[in-house]
Design a protein around this ligand. Structure first.
Ligand code: AMP
Ligand code: ZN
Length: 140
C-alpha cells in the first residue's frame, strides 16, 4: 500500500480506522455524512479504492460512483424533502478539491440556503466551440 493511501483521510474511513457516519455502501463506494455539512443530509459518496479524481476512475468505478450518487439523492429526497439537490465534485486545487481522494457531494438544497456559485458565462463564438471540440475528440 502506497504512502498516500496510508495518510489519506478517506482511505482511513474506508478501512474503518477513523469514525464516519456511514449511510450505505457497496463493493466500490462508501456513502457517509459530510463532517462539514452545508445543509442537513449532506452526504459524500467516496470511492473505496484510492483514486485521486474523476479522471482516475476506470469505467466500473465511474459507473458505481454515479449509481451511488443517484441512490444518495433518492434517500435525501425521501428523508429530507428538500427543495432541490445539488451534486458537486471537485478535481484539483483550482476546482476547490481539499481531500485528494475522489468523492461526490450530494447536497440537499433550499431556497436562499446561502450556498452561492458564480458562473461567469463567456458565450464564445461557434468557431471557438468547434476548435476546442476538435481537440477534445482527438484526445478521447
Ligand atoms: P472537497 O475536496 O472540496 O470536495 O471537500 C472535502 C469534503 O470532505 C469537505 O466538505 C469536508 O467537510 C469533508 N470531510 C473532510 N474530512 C472528513 C471526514 N473525516 N468525515 C467526513 N467528511 C469529511
Ligand atoms: Zn484515499
Amino acid at each position: 500500500m502506497g504512502e498516500s493511501m496510508d495518510n489519506c483521510v478517506f482511505c482511513k474511513i474506508v478501512r474503518g480506522e477513523i469514525p464516519a457516519t456511514v449511510v450505505f455502501q457497496d463493493e466500490l463506494t462508501l456513502a457517509f455524512m459530510d463532517i462539514g455539512s452545508v445543509n442537513p443530509g449532506h452526504m459524500l459518496v467516496a470511492a473505496k479504492p484510492h483514486v485521486e479524481n474523476l479522471q482516475g476512475m476506470d469505467e466500473a468505478l465511474a459507473c458505481a460512483m454515479f449509481r451511488s450518487a443517484a441512490r444518495a439523492a433518492r434517500a435525501i429526497e425521501s428523508a429530507c424533502a428538500p427543495a432541490g439537490i445539488s451534486v458537486y465534485q471537485a478535481n484539483g486545487v483550482a476546482a476547490g478539491q481539499t481531500v485528494f481522494h475522489a468523492h461526490i457531494h450530494v447536497l440537499p438544497r433550499w431556497e436562499n440556503d446561502g450556498l452561492t456559485f458564480t458562473w461567469p458565462v463567456k458565450n464564445p463564438p461557434r468557431e471557438e466551440l468547434e476548435k476546442v471540440a476538435a481537440q477534445l475528440r482527438t484526445a478521447l
